[in-house]
Write a protein of this length. Structure first.
Length: 301
């Protein structure tokens, strides 16, 4: 403002008018007189000023400083003499501003999850669902975890330390749930059509029973997700994380048993070594259907 007035006062139209020139000079002097008080305004008018900051100032300056209807600049100068304590005010104001940045960042992250939902899609004719669009969820999780971890190293995290810790824990649980979820889904998608075969169920009753136990959990979980797809509400669940971890462990056992079963078939008939696992499974799961076996015969001989 002062720069604009100085620039305007040098204009020929103003310099040639003594009255206007006097007004410009008077305004410039008023700005000069007011300038020393600007640090007080900037410090006390920070959006981040909270009760804790006013209490800290009151304690440090040994006077009651609290905003209200009568808390004017005139009152601050004439009654409180705050111009004598500008360094203290500036330090607390800067602290409030830095803390406010953390507070706003936390609020912003929470707001970005509102309306963010998992995408589930009916999977073939299984009468259940599969998870889609996980990349978008993982990207936002990664971004928010980086931001949250940076906050944990901030010197101004104090008032929000518990909130930051709780938020980081929530994001960590959701991230771990999603990782295990996708792992279960990969295995389930691979094994479901295999154990959908009555022939395979008869030949691998132990593995079939284990798969069915996971299949039941999968269907229940996906049905719940379909009804309540909000990411944070659904996936911030340590119980769900444990169930997915157990499901992964069981499916690994099923896959191991299946591989051992296929190896015994290859040892019994060496020509089966020319077939992939999927091709061999197609033969073993449709032993009564000659036409289904025929496409693989050429590879064996």
């Amino acid at each position: 403002m002062r720069r604009n007035i100085g620039k305007s006062s040098r204009a020929q139209s103003i310099r040639s008018n003594p009255e206007v020139c006097a007004i410009a000079k008077r305004v410039d002097e008023q700005i000069t007189d007011f300038k020393p008080y600007m640090p007080i305004i900037l410090a006390l008018a920070q959006d981040g000023m909270r009760d804790r900051h006013w209490e800290k100032l009151s304690e440090q300056l040994e006077m009651d400083i609290k905003p209200g209807d009568n808390f004017t600049l005139q009152y601050c100068l004439e009654e409180l003499k705050l111009e004598e304590h500008i360094p203290v005010l500036t330090k607390e104001g800067d602290k409030a501003a830095k803390e406010y940045q953390i507070e706003r960042a936390l609020d912003k992250m929470e707001d970005e999850w509102i309306g963010f939902e998992f995408m589930v899609d009916p999977y073939k004719n299984t009468k259940t669902y599969r998870l889609l669009g996980a990349d978008d969820v993982m990207q936002q999780l990664d971004e928010h975890r980086v931001t949250t971890q940076a906050m944990q190293f901030s010197a101004f995290k104090g008032p929000f330390e518990k909130r930051i810790g709780d938020w980081d824990h929530k994001l960590c649980i959701v991230s771990e749930v999603l990782d295990e979820w996708l792992s279960v889904q990969r295995n389930w998608l691979h094994l479901q059509p295999i154990f959908d075969s009555a022939d395979i169920m008869k030949q691998l009753p132990v593995e079939g029973k284990k798969f069915n136990s996971v299949d039941r959990i999968w269907r229940e979980t996906m049905e719940k997700c379909y009804k309540n797809p909000a990411v944070l509400q659904f996936a911030d669940n340590e119980g769900l994380l444990l169930r997915f971890r157990e499901a992964c462990r069981v499916l690994d056992q099923v896959q191991k048993g299946l591989s051992e079963y296929l190896n015994t078939k290859r040892k019994a008939f060496a020509r089966f070594y020319f077939l992939s696992d999927d091709e061999l499974l197609q033969i073993l799961s449709q032993t009564k259907d000659v036409k289904a076996v025929q496409p693989h015969v050429k590879k064996c001989f």
